[in-house]
Design a protein around this ligand. Structure first.
Ligand code: ATP
Ligand code: MG
Length: 356
């Protein structure tokens, strides 16, 4: 019997509500498994920690998290604290500290859910977006001169390294190879951005030559938004920069039905450090404390975490249970229902127990 130690960082807003639900579901799965058991240790990092101690997480946080098999993360961000403190002080600090350079976002239409696209079904929309997660437009480089003066200039410098682009490209082609369609679309903006984006194009071509069994094409990011809406069935794996994939994956989540259902993995593919799993949505302060947050994103995230740990059967069992519930209800308000987080969670646990 395997044993996994999971660190949970529920964070801000609805984070604790959905991660609490996800931990209950993980424990139900473990209880009915003869393959693995797990323990979950919670860490109170986030905006409350900042209000109390002046930092989002303590200086030794990465040392404390390092020994875990995976990190299960909620959300970060508070209306009264700037993003450069909350986001950079916690989520990005973990992603960078643990070199989680591959951000992986599967998107498909779960059973019973409807895409805002007419006549678009599960068969037409089944994508994985791979986002470069360590450099690019979010490298934090640049600055401001003559601050506040009419002649002020601000620069926002994107950093693309050959090594950084090559490793995400290889990761994405490898992922495409493992999927039935074996197709990948490389997204850039190399007509207007003539340095970093051209490097992306060159590395895409040379990587493609190493994967003759994977078909591929290139898209400019603006044309890509149109293709996602007009021809979703033509896409399979999508690889893009930190900024482009950030935007495309919000669009993808909306096309799949709701931002409340989509998952993300921040992977350190070499497994030198733990990887981190989080629903795509943010802290959603407009619904915090009401008990109506959709926990499905946190459940799908938990399934992604189980897959990363090698527990494919448990991941499949969890997604079966989730799709029974998305198909038959109860559903939360964002999916057109009126159920609470707890009602959806209990229904998923009941489906896990019934399916066993
Ligand atoms: P961030 O800056 O962290 O991305 P945000 O404010 O851009 O945060 P979210 O917090 O994800 O975005 O919220 C966007 C909208 O989606 C809000 O109206 C929120 O209530 C809704 N939403 C987000 N997550 C959920 C969820 N799990 N269940 C229901 N509604 C959600
Ligand atoms: Mg957002």
């Amino acid at each position: 019997m395997k044993h996994y130690s999971i660190a949970s960082v529920p964070g801000d807003g609805i984070g604790p509500e959905v991660i609490g639900a996800g931990v209950a579901v993980l424990q139900a799965l473990a209880q009915h498994s003869n393959r693995f058991s797990l323990d979950v240790t919670g860490f109170d990092y986030g905006s409350d920690h900042y209000r109390k101690y002046g930092v989002m997480m303590p200086a030794d946080a990465l040392d404390r998290l390092r020994g875990f098999d995976a990190i299960y993360f909620g959300a970060v961000g508070a209306p009264d604290i700037p993003d450069h403190i909350t986001l950079w002080g916690l989520r990005l600090a973990i992603c960078q500290g643990f070199d989680q350079y591959a951000n992986v976002r599967p998107t498909r239409i779960l059973q019973g859910l409807r895409s805002p696209l007419r006549d678009c079904s599960t068969a037409d929309l089944d994508w994985v977006i791979v986002r470069e997660n360590s450099e690019g437009e979010y490298a934090g480089q640049g600055g401001r001169s003559h601050r506040g003066h009419p002649e002020e200039v601000a620069t926002e410098v994107s950093i693309f390294t050959r090594a950084g682009v090559a490793r995400i490209m290889r990761f994405a082609f490898q992922l495409a190879r493992s999927r039935p369609r074996k197709h990948i679309t490389v997204v850039t903006k190399s007509n207007a951005q003539r340095h970093g984006m051209v490097l992306w194009d060159e590395i895409a071509s040379s990587t493609a030559a190493e994967y003759p069994d994977v078909t591929w094409d290139k898209m400019l990011v603006d044309a890509m938004t149109v293709r996602m809406v007009h021809d979703p069935a033509s896409l399979d794996v999508i690889v893009a920069t930190n900024l482009h994939a950030d935007i495309l994956s919000d669009l993808a989540a909306a096309l799949a039905g709701s931002i409340g259902i989509a998952p993300t993995a921040n992977l350190n593919p070499e497994r030198t450090y733990p990887s981190m799993f989080e629903p795509i949505h943010g802290s959603a302060f407009d619904i915090t404390g009401k008990g109506i947050a959709n926990p499905v994103g946190a459940f799908w995230t938990a399934a992604q975490m189980l897959e990363h740990l090698g527990e494919m059967d448990a991941a499949a069992r969890l997604m079966n249970a989730v799709e029974q519930v998305t198909a038959n209800g109860p559903r939360t308000r964002d999916l057109g229902g009126d159920a609470t987080t707890v009602q959806v969670t209990n229904a998923v646990i009941a489906a896990i127990e019934a399916g066993h």
